[in-house]
Design a protein around this ligand. Structure first.
Ligand SMILES: C[S@@+](CC[C@H](N)C(=O)[O-])C[C@H]1O[C@@H](n2cnc3c(N)ncnc32)[C@H](O)[C@@H]1O
Length: 1017
């Protein structure tokens, strides 16, 4: 088979992708991910860029075609001329420097016309990606179509080249793109991105909740695309039916209608449990702020409860004392409100006050005594130790007491003391059904897990009234489905009888589809309607449970009003879903086939002949199945008749889940690691065997914070075990691209090691004929190839923060090129050992680049490594200068060093002279160039820096190399602020060189040559 390199195997516009990913994280409204919660979702931006770049050819694969384009050829000729001039200049410089002390970089191989053509074309593809990743363009058909056209162009080339392939008919049909598959589909970002890029999309996951989410993302919308709503209200309005219903808008409109119907029905059935609160004259006596409300009934936003235990003090043994982590209800400036308990008649009651409490610290601390679950008895002040709370909890003796009521006022929240009516209303709720199953006894998410305090069943984390509400809504999903089916029949949809699960598109399937989306509102109701939801005193609303992947105990919880219209209300959830749904699926076409099904990645057969991009679980990071049970038990009640197979089991399957959780194995950590390695190897092997041979497989691996690089290099069991599995399965790795979804400057700014939040591995099945190598051969190959790869990445302007990780790719590529690498004793070299050798060679290559710098800069680099910009002894500095072939006086003259009273220190960028001109500097150093550029960039922006670059010519490139070196050094030394400056300069480089080119300066040749050199056209 003729296999061409894909773009992702050569280059990626990482910066643009990373920026878009970070931005996408802040999108709250209208993002398809808001349909249903899932843990650790990939951004759509990354998903789109990766799938696109794995499908389009790298331009080096079709230079012949490029050569035939006269316009392109002319541009390439100009670029080549400029590049050659620069190359000649560098060659001359290197030749002159030979035999002297001057260290000048080798110019590398002579640039060629083909390289120029490919470079220019690559930039064009990069621009498509840069458009594609923008959030604004997620449903922009023009942008998406441009990407699809490019995918098709590459595909037609592949079909033409492989017309003689023995399986050409199945594999290379020039009229049909291969389908896409993600075997660990989770929240569905990758399958959705593939579908939007014009591919038939398949999603599979072990977890039924994930399968359902993917159905909602890729399977259902196209099936009912373009159809008007069926509900009688919409059908009465002729104009509504006649208007154009794009994508899934009609379906979304029905979800809104039946969701509202459910809410109204729920009001009839359980409204009595959610009374309004009447403000009486009595209440206003102590609270003049309530006067305007006297006689009015206000809608409740939330009831705030404190859990209670019997006082451990024998004198108050009968009193259920509150475990309140705070008494502050609102800390919003000017709107403060708080609870003040009043002790009387051997017991206590809660009153609510407005304004700042006199004892602010006391109010903030509630009845907390110390950190953790330690409290004090409200009646006696006696300590309530966390062990006592645990014992009481496990004996089922933890209760709850109403602490305050939050109601909707005319201009904001009104906080009221509990009333008997409201305590009774809650107490009257008696659920007739309880969700089955137990909460996980262990979770990896941290915090004090609710399970340890006796909340051991799924039912126990809801109050009785919350259980009644959820059961009512779950049952109403079933009724709404039936109604929608009936109305769909009235509207003329065929009664094909085939249900959604069997591929139906008639009335019954339509009802099922409506039910599926309504059940997502049920999930949201569960997430924001349980007793582990805290009250948010600044935003003044309940906080949903899963802000992280854990079930932490909450001592004072907020019970939102499902029948109200604030946070926690059914209508709010419904509105969110309808908005996200109709906007995100506005342009879905009925032809965009999508299939979601349950499958174990270790045995699945869905990937056959498909393009695969996937995002497997990250070692021990998230126990998806344990967490997903929370939603499963409710979804099951609502949707079992719709998807009987998906909801056949009482809980989400766990045994096959590919996570390394020690608590699931009798032999703990070791068992978990072995299970993960073996299972992941099987899963990866399915991909080696099945994936379409014309495309590399792309695999995400996300780091945990704890897996960051340390001074000693990357040490991470998860990453190594994962790589090991991928390689054992038979993959060779041709790239490792770091992707950041967090804002890197923020991370560096916080002083943490900036790390990629995920790595994309680009894999191809390893050749059956792959040779075995000795350790020595492996190291020789690394030494020969890594410096070039490093230079290539730097030329592509990779951000210094990403360099180390991206450079692992070429190293692993060398390692996986061999069937095995054997050490001196004939034992295969482990992934851990190979990684160590790769890192070592990379360090050497970076250090070798040091040879490229002038003596002053080399001295400064070593000095900076030890002392940064701090003062040091003159004697030491002078001694060091000898070994670097320079002198302290010389460096003072060069303008980079201050030497006074026996001390020396490097000058900081803002201490450098602002009238500096590289053209007239008689002792020009790379060190000063870098720091002057930083100064100028920070003070005058890219335009000002461009003026300097223009004057520097080929020397600018050496300065950029120094910048990489300095970044690596600062990162190791945890010098966050400086690292940020060096990273920032490199990241601004393309823009600076672009501006340099545009500037009216005379030196057009230098500008042109630099811009091509730095990857801009
Ligand atoms: C990292 S998540 C995928 C997230 C997804 N890319 C997104 O953007 O939402 C990994 C997924 O692997 C699934 N999984 C774990 N073990 C599996 C197995 N044996 N077979 C199939 N899926 C599995 C989990 O249920 C989880 O949804």
């Amino acid at each position: 088979m003729i296999q061409k390199k894909k773009l992702i195997e050569v280059a990626l516009p990482l910066e643009a992708i990373n920026k878009a990913c970070a931005r996408e994280k802040s999108i709250r409204h209208g993002h398809p991910s808001t349909l249903h919660l899932w843990w650790a979702r990939r951004p759509l931006a990354a998903a789109r860029a990766v799938i696109f770049a794995q499908m389009v050819d790298d331009p080096s694969a079709y230079v012949d075609t490029l050569r035939a384009d006269p316009k392109l050829k002319r541009r390439a000729e100009t670029a080549l001329k400029a590049r050659l001039k620069l190359w000649e200049e560098a060659r001359e410089l290197a030749a002159r420097a030979k035999g002297t002390n001057l260290a000048v970089p080798e110019p590398g191989p002579q640039p060629t016309m083909d390289e120029m053509l490919a470079d220019i074309e690559r930039q064009r593809l990069f621009r498509i990606i840069e458009d594609l990743v923008l959030w604004e363009n997620t449903t922009n058909e023009t942008v998406l179509q441009a990407a699809r056209d490019e995918i098709w162009a590459s595909w037609r080339r592949a079909c033409a080249e492989n017309a003689d392939h023995p399986r050409a008919t199945e594999l290379f049909d020039r009229k049909k793109l291969p389908a896409f598959h993600d075997p660990f589909a989770g929240g569905g970002a990758l399958p959705l991105a593939a579908q939007r890029l014009g591919l038939e999309s398949y999603a599979s996951d072990l977890n039924p909740v994930a399968v359902l989410i993917n159905k909602a993302m890729i399977e259902i919308p196209p099936r009912f695309a373009g159809k008007p709503p069926v509900n009688p209200e919409a059908r009465k309005e002729k104009s509504l039916i006649a208007r154009e219903w794009k994508g899934a808008q009609g379906l979304a409109e029905d979800v809104r209608y039946y969701g509202q119907w459910m809410r109204d029905e729920a009001e009839k059935r359980i409204g009595h449990l959610y009374p309004k609160v009447e403000v009486t004259a009595e209440m206003a006596k102590a609270r003049p702020d309530l006067k305007p409300y006297v006689g009015r009934k206000l809608t409740v936003i939330a009831w705030l409860w404190a859990r209670t235990v019997k006082s451990p003090n024998p004198a108050f043994a009968k009193v259920d004392v509150p475990l309140a982590s705070t008494f502050m209800l609102s800390t919003k400036a000017g709107k403060e409100a708080y609870v003040e308990p009043v002790i009387e008649n051997g017991g206590y009651r809660f009153t609510v006050k407005v304004g700042k409490p006199k004892d602010e610290e006391g109010a903030k601390g509630g009845t907390k005594f110390a950190r953790g679950s330690n409290f004090r008895c409200l009646m006696s002040g006696a300590p309530i130790a966390s062990d006592y709370v645990k014992t009481e909890g496990n004996a089922g003796r933890i209760g709850a007491r109403l602490m305050a009521i939050v109601a909707e006022g005319d201009r904001g929240r009104v906080y009221l003391a509990p009333t008997l009516e409201h305590e009774t209303a809650a107490a009257n709720a008696s659920p007739h059904w309880l969700p089955e199953g137990e909460t996980p006894s262990r979770l990896t998410g941290g915090g004090a897990q609710a399970n340890r305090y006796g909340l051991k069943t799924w039912a126990s984390i809801f109050s009785p009234r919350q259980l009644v509400a959820l059961t009512t809504f779950a049952d109403l999903v079933k009724e709404a489905r039936e109604r929608a089916k009936g109305h769909a029949l009235d509207a003329g949809l065929p009664d094909a009888g085939t249900q959604l699960r069997d591929g139906g598109t008639g009335a019954a399937a339509y009802g099922d589809a409506v039910g599926a989306y309504l059940s997502f509102a049920l999930s949201k109701q569960a997430d924001l309607g349980n007793s582990l939801c805290a009250w948010e005193p600044i935003a003044q609303c309940p906080r949903h449970l899963f802000s992280r992947q854990a079930l932490p105990i909450i001592w004072d919880y907020a019970e939102g009003n499902p029948l109200g219209d604030s946070s926690g209300a059914w209508t709010v959830f419904l509105d969110g879903i309808v908005k996200a749904f109709s906007k995100a699926f506005e342009f879905v076409a009925p032809t965009a086939l999508g299939i979601s099904r349950q499958a174990d990645a270790g045995t699945q057969i869905v990937s056959l002949d498909k393009i695969v991009s996937t995002d497997p679980p990250y070692y021990d990071n998230i126990p998806y199945a344990d967490l997903a049970d929370f939603f499963y038990v409710w979804l099951r009640r609502a949707l079992k008749p719709v998807f009987p197979d998906l909801f056949a089991t009482l809980a989400v399957p766990k045994a096959e889940e590919l996570v390394a959780l020690a608590y699931r194995h009798t032999d703990g950590k070791a068992g978990a690691e072995a299970f993960f390695l073996e299972g992941m190897t099987h899963a990866m092997h399915r991909l080696v065997e099945q994936a379409h041979p014309a495309f590399p497989v792309t695999i995400y691996y996300a780091f945990k914070q704890s897996e960051s690089q340390s001074d000693a290099g990357t040490a991470s069991t998860g990453w190594e075990t994962f790589l090991d599995a991928v390689i054992r399965a038979g993959f060779a790795i041709s790239g490792t691209w770091p992707m950041r979804t967090e804002n890197s400057s923020r991370m560096i700014g916080q002083g943490t090691n900036a790390l990629a939040s995920s790595i994309i591995l680009v894999c191809r099945p390893r050749e059956a004929s792959a040779p075995t190598a000795t350790r020595r051969e492996f190291v020789t190959a690394l030494k020969a190839e890594l410096p070039l790869a490093l230079a290539h990445l730097q030329r592509g302007n990779i951000a210094p923060v990403d360099l180390a990780q991206a450079a692992i790719g070429p190293g692993i590529e060398v390692y996986t090129r061999y069937a095995r690498v054997l050490d001196a004793e004939g034992k295969p070299l482990s992934v851990r050992e190979a990684l160590a050798l790769i890192n070592q060679t990379l360090d050497e290559a970076l250090a070798e680049q040091e040879g490229d710098f002038d003596p002053d800069s080399r001295w400064a680099l070593t000095w900076f490594e030890q002392s940064g910009f701090a003062e040091g002894e003159y004697g030491v500095a002078e001694q060091l200068s000898k070994s670097k072939n320079t002198s302290v006086a010389g460096m003072v003259e060069a303008g980079i060093l201050e030497s006074k009273r026996g001390k020396v220190r490097l000058l900081k960028p803002d201490e450098l002279p602002d009238d500096w001109d590289p053209m007239t500097d008689t002792r020009l150093t790379s060190w000063e160039t870098v720091h002057q550029l930083i100064r100028v960039l920070e003070a005058g922006g890219e335009g000002a820096a461009a003026k300097i670059i223009l004057k520097l010519g080929a020397k600018a490139e050496v300065a950029r190399e120094l910048c990489y070196r300095l970044y690596t050094l600062c990162e190791r030394k945890k010098r966050a602020a400086e690292a940020l400056s060096y990273n920032g300069l490199v990241q601004s480089w393309p823009e600076i060189t672009r501006l340099a080119r545009e500037s009216e300066s005379v030196n057009a040749t230098i500008t042109e040559s630099q811009t091509t050199m730095y990857g801009q056209e």
